[in-house]
Design a binder for this molecule. Structure first.
Ligand code: GDP
Length: 503
């Protein structure tokens, strides 16, 4: 158990109706009692809320109980008179001028160990949300024995005291950062232990085998085999499948966490900026510009069915009439290289699509989703649509979706949105239930998969039991990194320092 009692502002720094200061540690009640005028917190029930005042310079009452009782009754009589608030009783006024200063009128929530977030005694002080008041309350708490919490220290204590594992601690950071429905759900699932459960089942299976293999090492001279090699290989195959599916889910996890990158490309006048405006029009309220240091890196965010799509580098689309000429094929390729989806626009009335086809051929790659959008369909007769589509189908080897739109008449824009959205839905369909969103987990899973595959090779090549045991230990360690069973201070410091103070 950590001896320090820590405190920090838990709400955002700024003016709000209410601000909350969190205190956690063995001496929480003792310390807050020194600055809280109201109930003795040590005598309260857990999970209760109490009204009172935070004061600076409160002195311990050392008078005999009879004298204190008399005063309490006098106070009681005065405060029963509704026109006299507690803070304005004669006695209070007297005390205020003598020894103390009232900082704020507050509500204090009390949580007794061990059923608290950190598993320690904890107090939350709700005050009138002025940053100045918050700072003053922190100051008196520190004056009375608490210390300022470091970034993420409350969550770190929850982890250190065994209430949550590391991946759950990380999911708390994700939950706080959740900007859309999908991220919220995935973070919440992880907080409930989703990924930890999957990992712990895998580890359990591996651990059993490792014990058997290590037993063999103890009996090395007798040349016995406790671990059935065929069963071990079968188990490894099962583990590999699980690990791969978790690793694959990272693509969806990434889409949830960071959004899906979309490049909109097409010849000048294909209708790119018009489409962009149409797509973003309904979204004005939630559209945000992520401005980098230069105009070049501006991205617009489009939300479809709870998923975010980052429209890559659309700055040019708004500025120049002649995008491809202005930015060049090279720049278009750079844009597409950052994208997961390419929306290629070709104007239905252009007559000749040779250049478009050549452009697409130079841009496609295996892991790029291609959507060809025939624009300005209001300008041509519908019978030409199929003819044009066939030209693209005949010339291109890559699979693609073909959508016919008119941005000006708002035709089939929804279809395009559905198509974008189904890309993310398909990623979701590929994974089982648990979604990896964290780079650190992703890397640990890849290392685990690598070491499990090494085990498989060791078995198939009849390599020594020592080496097998070593590889198995390796895999166990990497899997343990995710839940925090195997970790070191540097990794922990790195994870928790990314949290804000007060979390
Ligand atoms: P960009 O150079 O690819 O960004 O193309 P713009 O969006 O600037 O469009 C070029 C011209 O085509 C403009 O005059 C637009 O009004 C027109 N345009 C764009 N989309 C449509 C459409 O769906 N139907 C019609 N009829 N004209 C369109």
């Amino acid at each position: 158990m950590n001896q320090d009692t820590i405190c920090a502002l838990a709400t955002a720094n700024g003016v709000g109706a209410i601000g909350i200061i969190r205190v956690s540690g063995e001496k929480s009640f003792e310390i807050v009692n020194k600055v809280f005028e109201g109930k003795n917190l040590e005598k309260t029930k857990s999970h209760t809320v109490h009204y009172g005042f935070i004061v600076d310079g409160k002195t311990r009452d050392v008078r005999p109980e009879t004298e204190r009782k008399e005063e309490r009754e006098k106070k009681q009589a005065l405060s029963e008179d509704a026109s006299t608030p507690l803070s304005m009783t004669a006695d209070n006024r007297q005390l205020a001028t003598d020894t103390k200063e009232i900082i704020d009128e507050v509500m204090v929530s009390v949580f007794h160990a061990p059923k608290t977030f950190t598993t320690e005694n904890s107090v939350e002080i709700s005050f009138h949300g002025s940053p100045h008041i918050g700072a003053k309350i922190l100051e008196v708490l520190i004056k009375n024995g608490a210390r300022m919490a470091k970034a993420g220290e409350f969550t770190m204590r929850a982890f250190m005291n065994g209430r949550i594992d590391l991946s759950q601690a990380e999911s708390i950071a994700d939950l706080i950062a959740a900007e859309n429905e999908a991220s919220r759900k995935v973070a919440l699932n992880q907080l409930k232990g989703g990924i930890s459960q999957e990992i712990s089942v895998l580890r359990g299976d591996l651990l059993n085998f490792t014990s058997l293999i290590e037993l063999e090492l103890d009996f090395a001279e007798e040349d016995v085999e406790f671990a059935d090699r065929t069963a071990l290989v079968a188990l490894i195959k099962r583990i590999q499948t699980k690990l791969k599916s978790l690793i694959d889910s990272f693509q969806y996890g990434n889409a949830i966490k960071n959004g899906t990158a979309v490049a909109i490309i097409g010849k000048p006048n294909a209708g790119k900026s018009t489409l962009l405006n149409t797509l973003l029009k309904e979204e004005r309220a939630i559209v945000s510009n992520i401005a980098g240091t230069t105009r070049d890196t501006i991205e617009e965010i489009l939300h479809i069915k709870g998923h975010a799509f980052r429209l890559i580098d659309t700055a040019g689309l708004r500025d120049t009439e002649d995008e491809i000429e202005a930015i060049g094929v090279q720049k278009a390729r750079e844009k597409v290289s950052q994208a997961e989806i390419l929306v290629y626009l070709a104007a239905a009335n252009s007559g000749d699509f040779t250049e478009d086809i050549r452009m697409i051929q130079s841009l496609v790659r295996e892991d790029l989703e291609l959507i060809i959008c025939l624009t300005k369909i209001d300008e041509v007769v519908p019978t030409t649509f199929d003819v044009i589509e066939n030209q693209f189908r005949d010339a291109l080897d890559t699979p693609f979706d073909f959508i016919k739109i008119s941005a000006i008449e708002n035709r089939n824009i929804q279809e395009l949105k559905n198509e974008l959205s189904s890309y993310v839905e398909n990623l979701k369909a590929q994974e089982g239930g648990v979604v990896i969103t964290n780079q650190r987990h992703y890397e640990a899973l890849q290392k685990s998969l690598y070491s499990v595959t090494q085990v498989e090779e060791a078995v198939s090549h009849n390599i020594t039991t020592e080496l097998l045991a070593y590889e198995l230990r390796n895999a166990l360690e990497h899997l343990g990194e995710i839940s925090g069973e195997f970790t070191n201070d540097e990794v922990l410091g790195n994870i928790f320092s990314k949290f804000c103070i007060g979390k």
